[in-house]
Design a binder for this molecule. Structure first.
Ligand code: ZN
Length: 184
């Protein structure tokens, strides 16, 4: 999926960047701020509610999220506390046409830097907490498919093989990314 207006391309399953651990950003500068706003544009263009830097091929610990209550831009996010549980059918812009039921904490406390480099703390609950956990997984090289049960893994095996092939050819179209209501 390419985003000519931002110059960013959403990387799909099979692209090695999605499996790398994203190192922390040391000095936050204008380039990071520019990247965060381009990531937000790419997220909105893909009708996603969250996007992590590795998903656009950039190996930095940065994410954007917007569940309709305002845009978050987080650098070096870390979960300090987890509480309760929720289960959602999650899709991923990087794993188009796949939906996986995932159990996560319902409430989390996240510490991060904002785009000015200030330390911030956010208490998130429900969907926003789900989105942050999904995106922070991306920064660790973890994907929704890693949560699939044995049977689900068998079921999506062929789909993933197709995606892997497409990832090499860069042939994934934007329309394919919308089969799961929650795209992260
Ligand atoms: Zn994702």
């Amino acid at each position: 999926m390419s985003m000519p207006e931002t110059g960013l391309r959403i990387r799909v399953f099979g692209d090695p960047v999605l499996r790398k651990k994203a190192p922390a950003v040391e000095r936050i500068n204008a380039q990071h701020r520019d990247l965060l706003s381009k990531m937000a544009q790419a997220m909105y263009a893909g009708s996603g509610v969250g996007l992590a830097a590795p998903q656009v091929g950039i190996n930095h610990a940065m994410l954007v999220a917007d569940i309709g209550e305002g845009l978050y831009k987080l650098i070096n996010p870390k979960i300090l506390k987890r509480q309760g549980r929720q289960v959602n059918q999650e899709g991923c812009l990087s794993v188009p046409e796949v939906c996986i039921k995932i159990r996560r904490a319902n409430k989390i406390l996240v510490q991060a830097r904002d785009e000015e480099g200030q330390k911030i703390r956010i208490e998130a609950e429900g969907l926003l907490a789900c989105v942050f956990q999904h995106e922070i997984d991306h920064l660790k090289g973890k994907l929704i498919v890693d949560y699939a049960s044995f049977w689900k893994k068998l079921k999506i095996k062929r789909k993933l093989a197709e995606l892997k092939k497409k990832a090499q050819d860069e042939r994934v179209s934007q329309s394919e990314a919308k089969s799961c209501p929650l795209q992260l």
